[in-house]
Write a protein that binds this ligand. Structure first.
Ligand code: SF4
Ligand code: ZN
Length: 710
């Protein structure tokens, strides 16, 4: 132990000294009253806030924090004490990084992004719970063999693991052609070792956001990160004492450290600090230590296939072929057929395939026929929407839209690797059988580029199907069904949270509709979505059902025992943290504001999205605040108990534009108002409450005629 603890203390003391000096210098230069903050977070300096409850808002708070930090460094040769010194190093790193933001973001031009804002963490909720992102890797240092390092990072990428890069490895990976950015699941943080704190605070804020861990509860925090955040650290190259001390901080949070430095071999702590000299063992060992299991998808295609490529954009100059509804007939359709009409695994290309001499613009019908004893017509659109993801997972293929309005681009690189339409069919077949094998017994896929044939499929089958589905959806109300569904997928992060999914209220993540939930139940009988038979209605307006309360009570192990489906003021549905939008009351306007995760500015409540979002979450009910999906905004059940959508007084412009058509229709149906969205204020009109109220009064907004909302 001795040698290792010595290094940890040496590093921790060095960081403590640096921090103290930097704080003193900053106070001398800017004055103790100078404001200081990380961008777009409701959690101040998250490590300090979560561990102690102290809110760092000005430089004057920092000297006391440095005092606490120093007291954590006891210099005693005990592992627990040494890990505390590691935590002290994390606090020091947070302060050093925070000071960099004193004059705005220091991460402007370089590849590093530095601090990760709250909304991004919230957006990672669903991919983490679904296992789409199975783990988080911190890759740090400078590798002796850059090519091998790139293999490690690409291996993580192909497995969907989110990697954060710190140090020279950023340039090394870039030079080896690793694609970077959140959309590629490879995020360069910064060159200084202290930048590692930005991953640490992602884990810490996950505990505050999803886990309802209260500030100051350090043991609770460490338990949460250890048990629920599947992160680990890989270090490359010899470690100096600061890296070792930071590594001790990671270990204290429950994240194992895997190092290629041979010295580590002698001082390894099994399960916490391990040696992997052979780079080809790094990934395997890391995943084993964190017990991360990867479902391998071996697909017979010439390009990489991973969820990490979902966000890849193919620009005009890089594309070889485009299938665009703007230019040619297109259709994407999954239809249920009789088993006798389908030859399983038949992939057909009708019309010319793509290749070196194919035209730039082509027509396309992606026509998928399925059969199965447990298949239902209702599952067709659920499967069909997946095509978007499966196509995007292919490196060099981009897909946007759906049905007869889509755009698929194939990159030049992918084409030169030999990608053909047949491969697209193989991908659909393999993924469909993998994910929907419980209901689909047979599947055949046709990719049609023959223009006439595409038109025929669209007109004869596509359009009638789309219309039938739309009218089925429109007729599906909460009253018209006999059951709702629970969804507890987010419990792996938010143990006390349960969504109740109804036809008119989708899950707050926006990813689970009532049809999705019913398909999930069919696919995995004991899975996250369980039916709630509608029984014991107590209050229709608020949406109170005895059976719903019983189901939520059971699903949350007694944490929540009464919820309303349609009220924001009385027992509102809980939030996990990954909601697409947050709704909060604006008493001055007797209404509510709705804010989407992407909106970065301030709202008339005086809070940003992140600050509003921090008012709820972790499975807690906070009357007056409610997380929800985008599509819920246009529902007749939205804050129904408080008067419905007529309560909406403010939304960011982008969100308003997105929901205008449907929202106006709902307002017309409910209140007979035309162009309701013109009455709703946005940030281009006003963001302070007084001006918002003036605007609303001028427009004669319906909220003023409603009962007082408080
Ligand atoms: Fe999580 Fe609710 Fe979405 Fe299910 S529906 S994934 S519980 S947010
Ligand atoms: Zn969630």
């Amino acid at each position: 132990m001795g040698a290792l603890t010595d290094l940890i203390y040496k590093g921790a003391n060095a960081v403590a000294g640096l921090t103290e000096g930097a704080v003193n210098d900053a106070i001398k230069k800017y004055g103790a009253g100078r404001k200081i903050a990380f961008p777009d977070t409701a959690y101040f300096f998250p490590a300090i806030f979560s561990a102690t409850g102290v809110k760092v808002e000005k430089l004057e708070t920092l000297p006391a924090c440095v005092g606490v930090l120093k007291s954590l460094i006891t210099n005693r040769d005990e592992l627990g004490d040494a890990l505390n010194a590691g935590l002290a190093t994390a606090v020091g790193a947070e302060i050093l990084e925070g000071l960099k933001f004193i004059e705005g973001s220091p991460y402007g031009d370089g590849p590093g992004i530095g601090f990760v804002p709250d909304p991004i963490i919230r957006s990672l909720g669903v991919p983490l719970v679904t296992g789409d992102i199975p783990g988080v890797a911190v890759v740090l240092g400078e590798a002796a063999d850059p090519a091998a390092l790139a293999r490690v990072v690409k291996d993580y990428q192909s497995k969907g693991i989110l990697s954060f890069l710190v140090g020279k490895v950023i340039d090394q990976a870039l030079a080896q052609g690793v694609k970077m950015g959140l959309e590629f699941r490879v995020v360069p943080l910064g060159y200084d070792v202290t930048a590692v704190i930005h991953v640490v605070t992602v884990a810490i804020r996950a505990a505050l956001i999803f886990g309802n861990i209260k500030e100051g509860d350090l043991p609770g925090l460490l338990k949460y990160t250890k048990e629920r955040v599947p992160a680990f650290v890989n270090t490359f190259g010899p470690l100096n004492e600061v890296i070792v001390a930071a590594g001790a901080g990671a270990i204290a949070l429950g994240f194992p450290v895997i190092s290629d430095w041979d010295v580590v071999n002698a001082v390894a702590i099994p399960g916490a600090l391990e040696y992997a000299g052979d780079y080809d063992q790094t990934v395997k060992k890391s995943l084993e230590l964190r017990n991360i299991k990867i479902k391998v998808k071996e697909l017979p295609i010439p390009v990489a296939f991973a969820s990490a490529f979902e966000g890849e954009i193919i620009r005009k100059n890089d594309m070889a072929v485009e299938f665009s509804s703007d230019k040619n007939p297109t259709c994407e359709l999954v239809v249920m057929k009789d088993a006798s009409a389908i030859e399983d695994h038949r992939i057909t290309v009708i019309g010319g395939d793509i290749g070196p001499s194919s035209p730039l613009n082509m027509a396309l019908a992606t026509y998928v026929e399925v059969a199965g004893a447990r298949m239902r017509v209702d599952f067709e659109p659920v499967i069909e929407r997946k095509i978007h993801h499966w196509f995007n997972y292919m490196e060099g293929v981009m897909h946007t839209g759906q049905r007869n309005l889509f755009r698929v681009r194939i990159g030049k690189d992918a084409l030169s690797k030999g990608l053909s339409l047949r491969h697209l069919g193989e991908v659909i077949y393999a993924m469909l059988m993998d994910e929907f094998g419980a209901v689909v017994d047979k599947c055949q896929v046709s990719l049609v580029t023959d223009e006439k044939k595409v038109k025929e499929i669209l007109e004869k089958e596509g359009m009638p199907k789309y219309e039938a589905r739309d009218s089925r959806l429109a007729s599906m109300t909460d009253e018209s069904v006999d059951r709702f569904y629970t969804c507890i997928l987010c419990q792996s992060f938010a143990p006390a949270h349960c969504c109740v999914i109804t036809p008119e209220r989708l899950g707050l993540c926006g990813a689970v509709s009532w049809l999705d939930a019913s398909a999930t139940k069919e696919l995995t009988d004991t899975g996250p979505c369980q039916p709630i038979i509608k029984e014991g209605v107590r209050d229709e307006k608020k949406g109170v059902y005895e059976s719903v309360n019983r189901a939520v009570d059971a699903a949350t192990h007694g944490s929540v025992n009464s919820v309303t489906l349609y009220s924001i003021m009385e027992d509102p549905m809980t939030s996990c943290g990954c909601f697409e939008c947050i709704c909060g009351i604006l008493p001055e306007a007797n209404g509510v504001v709705v804010v989407n995760r992407e909106y970065k500015g301030i709202t008339p409540t005086g809070m940003t999205f992140g600050e509003l979002a921090s008012m709820t979450g972790g499975g807690v009910q906070t009357p007056g605040f409610m997380g929800h999906g985008r599509h819920f905004i246009t529902s007749k059940k939205f804050v129904h108990a408080e008067g419905g959508i007529g309560r909406i007084v403010w939304m960011p412009k982008e969100l308003k534009a997105d929901v205008t058509m449907k929202l106006n229709k709902t307002a017309k149906d409910l209140y007979g108002i035309d162009n309701f969205t013109d009455m709703i204020c946005d940030e281009t009109i006003a963001t302070d409450a007084e001006a918002v109220v003036a605007f609303l009064k001028e427009k004669n907004h319906p909220a003023f005629a409603m009962e007082t909302i408080m």
